[in-house]
Design a protein around this ligand. Structure first.
Ligand code: HEC
Ligand code: HEC
Length: 391
């Protein structure tokens, strides 16, 4: 039994049961017109993936599922520690505490494969450092991670899956009768099914006020509209330089990240480190096994801003609790006012960046200082990115 009890899990599954009927499971990233057969397979995989995503039997002590740290009723993020210093996720053993905040798994399907572009810019992948190339690769991580779900190996995971006769039928139906003869293949099938669920519309409904505004179904308030103008204007802020994917046609399905990596100067979360005992600096992108260029130290993948109002705390280490603090944090780079050099959550000066050498100074020190009206407008705009079910 972990210290939070199983309340979150239960609410999550009740929530899911209530919402499956509402959210049609269809792949967001699928090829334009999938054949009937392949879309049927995709939807069978997504249905299986849904069960796996909520299944605590995929953790050693049977206390934790993917949904424990990515709760669908909490914007697919981890709220178990909210209001405490537990900005990172507690593992199935009830004591392991990592050093990173669980990002929302909503809209994660839109991050491209990890790559270095022809201009030499890194982008994409899953995790704050992009080290998993795809959702399926990512989904293979937590079950065997000792600090997370903690199963011993792929064979023990396959054995857990086979305890459930429904899974036996579904796995064989989708992946072939021989699927359990090879633990590696069974494990890959599990990851594949979970990824199919994460690619379903359930994770990426595009029904926030902002989407309804684009479709002419919602009128932004003057404050939200001011926030929108500021967000997309590089004369006032530089937000959209990093937080805009520019999807076509007509910018529908905007995920508010270009999935590139930056160091925006986030300080160490000292309260979290006082609990988890970590002393090493988080190297960010340099932790990616294929990256050895020290210029990438301390850079993190630009997160989506979809559902950001309901997925705090913020940043890779959860160092900020309120969304308004995040805007004030950006504003400190452009304001000379003494008052603006204070973090309202600590009452003290903003602390130094965890890693100062690679700060994206050019991108951050650009605009004029923002007054309270503009800060509040940006917060109001970010709240229009909340999916309808959380409004
Ligand atoms: C103990 C809590 C915990 C569990 C259980 C867990 N995750 Fe996570 N998840 C995290 C944390 C923390 C991160 C960020 C880690 C990092 O970047 O190094 C993360 C990252 C992710 C991401 C990357 C999102 C992005 O934008 O980069 C996805 C997707 C995801 N998890 C899905 C899953 C799935 C699927 C499962 C179940 C197989 C799962 N998680 C189980 C805590 C958890
Ligand atoms: C240079 C690129 C860049 C610019 C410009 C930028 N951001 Fe970010 N943003 C990031 C990165 C990278 C992170 C994650 C940093 C980390 O965790 O270390 C982030 C994090 C955030 C978060 C926290 C999200 C979460 O889930 O934790 C919010 C909110 C946010 N940015 C909003 C904005 C707004 C509003 C602006 C404009 C005022 C802006 N950003 C400008 C790159 C950028």
């Amino acid at each position: 039994m972990n210290i939070f009890g199983d309340v979150t899990l239960r609410t999550a599954s009740v929530f899911l049961l209530a919402s499956v009927a509402l959210f049609n499971i269809s792949a967001v990233n699928a090829v334009p017109t999938p054949s009937l057969e392949s879309s049927q397979v995709e939807s069978q995989k997504a249905t299986l993936g849904q069960q796996l995503f909520f299944d605590v039997n995929l953790s050693q002590n049977r206390t934790q599922s993917c949904a424990s740290c990515h709760a669908p009723d909490k914007g697919f993020s981890d709220h178990r520690g909210s209001g405490t210093a537990l900005a990172a996720s507690l593992g199935d053993d009830g004591k392991s505490l990592g050093d990173r905040n669980a990002p929302s798994a909503s809209y994660a399907a839109f991050s491209p494969h990890f790559q270095k572009t022809s201009e030499g810019v890194f982008k994409g992948g899953q995790f704050w450092d992009g080290r998993a190339d795809s959702l399926a690769e990512q989904a293979g991580g937590p079950p065997l991670n000792p600090g997370e779900m903690g199963l011993a190996n792929k064979a023990s995971t396959a054995a857990r899956i086979q305890e459930n006769s429904q899974y036996q039928v579904a796995f064989k139906g989708i992946y072939g009768d021989a699927i359990f003869e090879d633990a590696d293949k069974a494990y890959a099938a599990m990851s594949d099914a979970i990824a199919a669920f994460e690619e379903s519309e359930f994770f990426s409904p595009f029904d926030a006020k902002y989407d309804r505004y684009l479709r002419g179904e919602y009128q932004l308030t003057p404050q939200e509209d001011l926030g929108r103008t500021l967000f997309f204007s590089q004369q006032f802020t530089n937000c959209n330089l990093c937080h805009q994917l520019r999807t076509l046609p007509e910018q529908q399905k905007e995920t508010f990240s270009n999935y590139e990596f930056h160091n925006i100067g986030v300080p160490v979360n000292t309260a979290l480190r006082a609990i988890n005992g970590t002393t090493q600096l988080d190297q960010g992108l340099l932790n990616h096994p294929d990256v050895d260029d020290v210029a990438q130290r301390g850079k993190f993948k630009t997160p989506t801003l979809r559902n950001v109002a309901v997925t705090g705390p913020y940043m890779h280490n959860g160092v900020f609790t309120d969304l308004r603090t995040v805007i004030l944090f950006y504003n400190k780079y452009n304001s000379r006012s003494v008052k603006r050099q204070i973090n309202p959550e600590t009452g003290e000066q903003w602390r130094e960046p965890e890693i100062a050498q690679t700060l994206s100074r050019k991108e951050l020190e650009t605009g004029p200082a923002l007054d309270d009206k503009r800060i509040d407008a940006l917060v109001a705009f970010l709240k229009t990115l909340t999916d309808k079910r959380y409004e």
